[in-house]
Design a protein around this ligand. Structure first.
Ligand SMILES: NC(=O)C1=CN([C@@H]2O[C@H](COP(=O)(O)OP(=O)(O)OC[C@H]3O[C@@H](n4cnc5c(N)ncnc54)[C@H](O)[C@@H]3O)[C@@H](O)[C@H]2O)C=CC1
Ligand SMILES: O=C(CO)COP(=O)(O)O
Length: 314
């Protein structure tokens, strides 16, 4: 077994000084690594922050990933540097995942996806949590595992980066639906049904994309669903909860602290599912709700009154 204390100090560049970027920076720093954080509002340049980095951690929200990757592309990046992406979103124009953008921009560097049930407020309070680091490169995943592993943060490796990334991304849409469920006070049975059928929907989309089914039953799929579908700390859950309480999406997003990626992800998924004829009924109702086409109650009725069918039809 690896002794966590034996890790050599690494140079870690964190891009994005939001809730999760600063949270991950604190974990790495507490583990004895040299951490620099880059923010578009800060005084340090990207070039200064990534110079000599062993790992470059992108904690940029989806809308900024391509722009930051392009800015970095023109800079001298150490060949040893591993890119770590923690963004949970999809690019609307290309339907690319963040790791695909990083890999496309830096084809010779290893890319690692870090995702799991990691509500940053709880991590900030040093409550225990676990996560997954996944990569096509076993060495890169193990390096990132050592950088972040601690007595408060248990990090597992995984060899299905696409599944791990999609788990964290797709669950955001189900978290919005769960917020609606709680806002309407539909009860525990309804929540259990929603989360379970939500997972089926995630597996269906993930399989279509080429991810492994079992990955969705791990920390980055089921684990993250359980966390975000049951916690008012989740911004995505808050979007659904507040819509069920009568607020408009614009009002909610104006006052929300940080990013609720599920809003954009839901739109991208609907576009993809329509093109490919994939059945995603929960996502479809979340989409219609976000677009103002149905009320929360109508979305519920539409889901309950769908044609009856067998439980399994991936
Ligand atoms: N907060 C959490 O609990 C967790 C968040 N995540 C994911 O991590 C990502 C970041 O989340 P948060 O830190 O919570 O969001 P945040 O909204 O607090 O921070 C986002 C960061 O991205 C930066 N950014 C956005 N567009 C940019 C651009 N064009 N150029 C440069 N920088 C740009 C912002 O300045 C900010 O520093 C999201 O995809 C989220 O889903 C993942 C796990 C946990
Ligand atoms: O992904 C998260 C926890 O794992 C954070 O969820 P929210 O983005 O909904 O706050």
């Amino acid at each position: 077994m690896t002794n966590l204390k034996s890790t050599n100090s690494k140079s870690i560049a964190v891009l994005g000084a939001g809730a999760w970027g600063t949270g991950l920076a604190s974990i790495a720093e507490a583990n004895g690594h040299q951490v620099s954080i880059w923010s578009r509002y800060g005084s340090e340049t990207l070039a200064e922050v990534v110079e000599n980095a062993d790992a470059i951690v992108s904690a940029i929200s989806m809308k900024g990933v391509r722009e930051v990757a392009t800015q970095l592309h023109g800079l001298p990046i150490p060949p040893k540097a591993v890119f770590v992406t923690v963004t949970k979103g999809l690019e609307p124009e290309t339907i690319s995942t963040p790791s695909q953008i990083w890999q496309e921009t830096f084809p010779i560097h290893a890319v690692v996806v870090l995702s799991g049930p990691n509500l940053s407020k709880e991590i900030e309070m040093e409550l225990p949590a676990a996560t997954v680091v996944a990569s096509r490169s076993k060495d890169a995943a193990e390096l990132v595992q050592l950088v972040f592993s601690s007595s408060r943060f248990r990090v597992y490796t995984n060899s299905d980066p696409l599944g791990v990334e999609l788990g964290g991304t797709l669950k955001n849409v189900i978290a919005i639906a769960s917020g609606v469920c709680d806002g309407l006070q539909l009860g525990t049975n309804a929540k259990a049904a929603l989360v379970t059928r939500g997972l089926t929907e995630m597996v269906r989309i993930g399989n279509f994309w080429g991810a492994k089914t079992e990955t969705f039953y791990g920390l980055s799929g089921l684990g993250d669903l359980l966390a975000t579908c049951n916690s008012p700390l989740s911004r995505n859950y808050q979007v659904g909860y507040q819509m069920a309480c009568g607020k408009t999406l614009t009002e909610i997003l104006t006052h929300l602290q940080g990013t609720a990626e599920g809003v954009n992800t839901c739109r991208v998924l609907m576009q993809r599912a329509k093109q490919r004829n994939i059945s995603i009924p929960i996502t479809e109702q979340v989409y219609r709700l976000l677009e103002g086409e149905v009320t929360p109650q109508q979305a519920l009725d539409e889901l309950m009154l769908r044609d009856i069918k067998p439980e399994y039809s991936y």
